[in-house]
Ligand binder design. Structure first.
Ligand code: FES
Length: 396
């Protein structure tokens, strides 16, 4: 049998004093109590709020034009969230009765966020709704609302090769301008070769800025390729497997791709020729096409006019919806403030439960977890209705 020994201490003077003070101490603490939220005061929460603010309000300080159809906006603000070169901001817009978002890659160096500055470049999209409105309406002094920096399209030394070949088309150059500037400023450390495809010389965005960066650091190299024009000093044609091979030499490289949907389809074939391991190919998510027409696997009836029943904020709305648009666009057109950020199926911010009906989800935009897909969750930004639908949305 175990021997237990108990030491019983007599109550001492200090214990008595402590006990005597306990009640007044508690009364004092209760009197000083406050309803103020304490979470943001803790170190980790403060840091999380700095890096991932729910929203940021920016002031447009300067606007630079790139011809008629593209502009760069310089924003200023206090306490801007730091970011990784390659990330984007999702802007909240109210256009007529519609409430919508648009993601734009940050083009400035991460260093400038610490100086209270971000820049983005907006190009007028053919048949686009928001880009044209921004270009025609935003002016110096306006205040705009956006998310914190989002996205995972940035250099990760544990995964990516030391030499990155950027494959950019049109406005897809924007994240690479930020990466090039980050290398120049010592915020990133890798070698960057940019293969930038444009139709004509006049379509090249940020040409002078990129050339200046390439002069300032030997880690950044840019090759402009024109498809519709032959000009001295430029390569002619497209970004092909052969060009990528030449840029890589004998090094293991990571390929970072950002551009329009058609470029992704073309490059898919070229990248297959190269036979790179998947982990060395990174693609920036692209916004879901306006219409499912021509997307492989789509067999719906584009002329169908449908009804969407949506439960959000405890309310139920019944709104018209076309088979020729994403579910998110139908929500936005009706003025429903539904959550969204990337608009390409990746971030999961718009995740909703499909209660009734069928949707078409393009394979290339289906980033849902397997369990989500199996249990009827959808990302309204990247699916197209095939029938009348009922969905439930949980806002932020
Ligand atoms: S907005 Fe990112 S998944 Fe829908």
């Amino acid at each position: 049998m175990n021997d237990f020994k108990f030491h019983v201490k007599p109550i001492g003077l200090f214990d008595m004093l402590h006990f005597k003070k306990m009640v007044p101490a508690r009364q004092k603490a209760l009197a000083e109590g406050s309803l103020e939220c304490i979470t943001a005061k803790r170190g980790a929460n403060k840091l999380a709020a700095l890096f991932h603010p729910a929203k940021q309000v920016l002031t447009i300080s300067e606007i630079y034009s790139h011809g008629e159809n593209a502009k760069t906006y310089l924003f200023s603000g206090e306490g801007l969230a730091p970011f990784r070169a390659g990330q984007y901001l999702s802007f909240k817009l109210k256009i007529g009765g519609a409430v919508l978002t648009r993601p734009y890659s940050i083009t400035s160096s991460p260093k400038e966020a610490y100086e209270g500055k971000y820049t983005i470049t907006v190009k007028r999209a053919e048949g686009g709704f928001a880009s044209g409105w921004i270009l025609d309406n935003w002016k110096v002094g306006d205040k705009v609302t956006c998310s914190g920096p989002e996205g995972i399209f940035y250099y990760e030394p544990l995964r990516d090769a030391k030499h990155v070949i950027a494959l950019a088309g049109g406005c897809g150059i924007t994240p690479f301008i930020s990466m090039a500037a980050a290398i120049r400023d010592g915020f990133e450390d890798f070698k960057l070769t940019i293969l930038y495809g444009s139709r004509k010389e006049e379509d090249i965005l940020h040409k002078a800025e990129l050339e200046e960066i390439a002069k300032a650091t030997d880690k950044v190299n840019i090759i402009n390729i024109l498809s519709d024009e032959q000009k001295e000093g430029y390569a002619h044609g497209f970004i092909t497997a052969q060009r990528i091979k030449e840029a890589a030499g004998n090094e293991q490289c990571s390929l970072f791709v950002c551009g329009p949907c058609a470029m992704y389809e073309f490059l898919e074939r070229e990248l297959n020729v190269l036979g790179y391991e998947r982990k060395f190919i990174r693609r920036e998510v692209y916004v879901a096409p306006q219409s499912p027409k021509g997307i492989p696997g789509y067999e719906g009836d584009l002329s169908k006019e449908l009804t969407l029943t949506v439960r959000i904020y405890g309310n139920i709305h019944k709104i018209p919806m076309s088979a020729n648009e994403t579910v998110l666009v139908a929500l936005e057109r009706s003025g429903i403030d539904a959550p969204s950020k990337c608009r390409g199926g990746e971030c999961g911010f718009c995740r909703s439960r499909l209660e009734k009906g069928d949707v078409f989800v393009p394979k290339t935009l289906d980033y849902r977890r397997m369990a989500d897909a199996a249990s009827g969750y959808i990302h309204p930004c990247s699916c197209y209705p095939l029938t009348d639908l009922a969905i439930e949305i949980w806002p932020e």
